[in-house]
Write a protein that binds this ligand. Structure first.
Ligand SMILES: *Cc1c(COP(=O)(O)O)cnc(C)c1O
Length: 394
């Protein structure tokens, strides 16, 4: 592995470990445990396991290690810990480092389960959490305190695609000595250099673009070697949220094509957003990579492309949004994103159904809002399908 490699090269070769057979494709070490040559060897490994020595798959496994090393190299992080899902990564990163009495500041526009962890679980264990409008730097400045231990936000928010000024929030947080944890799913490791821009810890739901073909759940926590091995690993290996070797193999193969996929998906997202500008049936078309997005300049300054998701707001509210979803012939109604298949979601009645109406309004989750995750289909086919469905929605 070389530090001068581009992300595309790293995503194909980073972290590769070959067995004595010299296999080309990564081996799946589908084993829970590992045998020792002697009782003395077992004792020595429990005392300190070397780089290529494993004890139990909940602690680590060669296939999982390949995935961790490959994505760490891709992200520009010193180390990584792979988890059973994106939520295991979010909850693991936070819980591993926090204790009762600590203070956390988080942006309010969050994936539902992330909000649940911050608002319901951490507070139950005596952690105080303050929520801010993530796009308002004054609110971050006001909420941060000398005893703030962690800051948490999604770099591009779900589903309204607000972009958070990563460099600025990191600078403010570091001013009070807080650790910045960024959920970087919408930005992807291909378009973002969150660690270089100041994030201390980056988490991904690998379920999304890293698998990218809708098969397995997974996640990863990235950070300094010290944070990953001294703080995250002891917590994760004892609480049981580790990634399975089979999943790690799927994710390794996903990383090989990640750059090609998300670049194609982002180009399709831009083309869709561009084709729908000023459409009669739409109140808003939101895509961070398009010049029409209110934070386009910030998006360009911190991401190579605007991601793979477009948000559409239909003037006709929920009734029109439902007619639109039902009329689509290519994009499928589901609640995932980053898949090879285009996926459409109506957040107000599904992923964000339980939020009170005033919260929905505050977050811009209007009755007409649709989240459109661009897949790998032909962009012109997708645009034509969206246009016919908008006509059908009246
Ligand atoms: C999907 C998602 C998660 C959770 O990931 P899972 O793999 O479903 O557990 C967390 N954060 C964001 C922003 C997501 O989109």
């Amino acid at each position: 592995m070389s530090e001068t490699w581009d992300k595309r090269t790293t995503a194909v070769h980073g972290g590769t470990r070959r067995s004595q057979y010299g296999e080309v494709s990564e081996a799946i070490f589908l084993t829970q445990g590992f045998v020792y040559d002697s009782a003395e060897a077992a004792e020595a490994r429990f005392l300190e396991a070397g780089d290529d020595e494993f004890i139990y798959a909940r602690y680590g496994n060669p296939t999982v290690r390949m995935f961790e090393e490959r994505i760490a190299a891709l992200e520009g992080a010193e180390d990584a810990f792979a988890t059973a899902s994106g939520m295991a990564a979010v909850s693991g990163a936070l819980t591993a480092m926090l204790r009762a009495g600590d203070h956390v500041v988080a942006s309010r526009a969050l994936f539902g389960s992330c909000l649940y962890i911050l608002d319901e679980i951490l507070t139950r264990y005596g952690v105080e959490v303050s929520f801010v409008d993530g796009t308002d730097l004054d609110q971050w400045r006001d909420a941060l305190r000398a005893d703030t231990k962690a800051v948490f936000f999604e770099s591009v928010s779900n589903p309204t695609l607000e972009v958070i000024d990563l460099r600025a929030v990191c600078e403010l947080a570091h001013g009070v000595g807080a650790t910045v944890i960024v959920d970087n799913v919408f930005a992807t490791p291909v378009f973002s250099d969150a660690i270089k821009q100041g994030a201390d810890v980056v988490v991904y739901s690998a379920t999304k673009h890293i698998d990218g073909q809708g098969r397995t759940l997974g996640g990863v926590i990235l950070g300094t070697r010290e944070f990953i091995r001294k703080t995250v690993e002891p917590y994760m290996k004892h609480t049981g949220g580790s990634m399975s070797p089979f999943t790690a193999w799927v994710m390794l193969k996903g990383l090989e094509t990640l750059s090609l996929r998300v670049n194609a998906q982002a180009d399709a997202a831009w083309a869709l957003a561009d084709a729908l500008q000023g459409h009669d049936a739409l109140r808003r078309v939101l895509y961070p990579g398009h010049a029409s997005h209110p934070q386009h300049a910030l998006s360009k300054a911190q991401m190579r492309k605007g991601g793979t998701v477009v948000a559409l707001d239909l003037k006709g509210g929920q009734a029109a949004a439902f007619r639109f979803l039902d009329a689509l012939k290519i994009a499928r109604i589901s609640n995932n994103l980053g898949d090879a298949k285009s996926i459409v979601t109506h957040p107000a009645t599904t992923t964000h159904q339980r939020l009170p109406d005033d919260q929905k309004a505050r977050l811009g989750i209007t009755p007409g809002l649709i989240r459109f995750s661009l897949g790998l289909e032909d962009p012109q086919d997708l645009i034509a399908d969206v246009q016919q469905a908008l006509r059908a929605a009246g």
